[in-house]
Ligand binder design. Sequence first.
Ligand SMILES: Cc1cc2nc3c(=O)[nH]c(=O)nc-3n(C[C@H](O)[C@H](O)[C@H](O)COP(=O)(O)OP(=O)(O)OC[C@H]3O[C@@H](n4cnc5c(N)ncnc54)[C@H](O)[C@@H]3O)c2cc1C
Length: 230
Amino acid sequence: MPVALPAPVLDLLTLKGTVTVAEPAAGRFRRVRIESETLAGLEVRPGQQVRVLVGGGLALRTYSIWRYDPGGAVELRVLDHPGAGPGARWARHAAVGDRVRLRGPEGSFVLRPDAAHHVFVGDETASVAFGAMLAALPAQARISGCVQTQTAADRLPLPHGDRLTWTLRGEGPLVGAVRALAPQPGGIAYVAGEARTVQQVRQVLVREAGWTRRSVLTRPFWAPGRRGMD
Ligand SMILES: Cc1cc2nc3c(=O)[nH]c(=O)nc-3n(C[C@H](O)[C@H](O)[C@H](O)COP(=O)(O)OP(=O)(O)OC[C@H]3O[C@@H](n4cnc5c(N)ncnc54)[C@H](O)[C@@H]3O)c2cc1C
């Protein structure tokens, strides 16, 4: 939906919601809660996302559902990144009472609950999806991974987060941390975040660590110089 569409068309394509919480979260993250009767009682798989109409209705931006309330609410965590595109600006200025249009939960970058081992690799933006996935895993699940952020303040409080390796961007590339972790094949790896890094991590897992291609789920979330990813 790159151009502003008439309201009746938008009514067919989107849900209407209201911002009920807009406040700082960890570091550069903003917490935005959107409530709507039409969001109630949906089947939401951990890792799925919504697409929000931002920039005066001219752009769609995708955000993982950090937490879903079946009563009719999605909780988002939006990074206020230096590129400051329409998505980041929307979250920065969102206020309680704002009306929002969004597409319903969707996406296949989701938890595979029966995997023998869950390996999470990504950056700040990916950590939102990881939070939802980790929250759905029981204490006895085998969990590892590497999450890289710009600063320690940008680390979201992830469930089971103490089982992940947290690195800072200034300490070296994320692929280096993945090589050091050297996860054994036999589980599912969830790899998301900056597009090129996602590809590099996939190559390390498949070519160096012996993972099969189908056991590495990848999803680019953003790329330098590119606007939106859909
Ligand atoms: C499936 C999926 C789930 C996602 N979930 C989340 C989420 O939960 N939270 C979240 O914050 N983001 C998430 N993203 C990423 C989010 O959609 C993008 O960051 C968004 O496109 C940025 O929108 P924007 O309008 O602010 O900037 P854009 O107009 O898209 O980009 C402008 C420029 O900003 C720069 N830029 C964009 N993103 C980043 C970044 N993260 N860090 C540094 N520079 C950047 C790039 O150079 C880009 O060219 C997700 C993306 C996908 C595909």
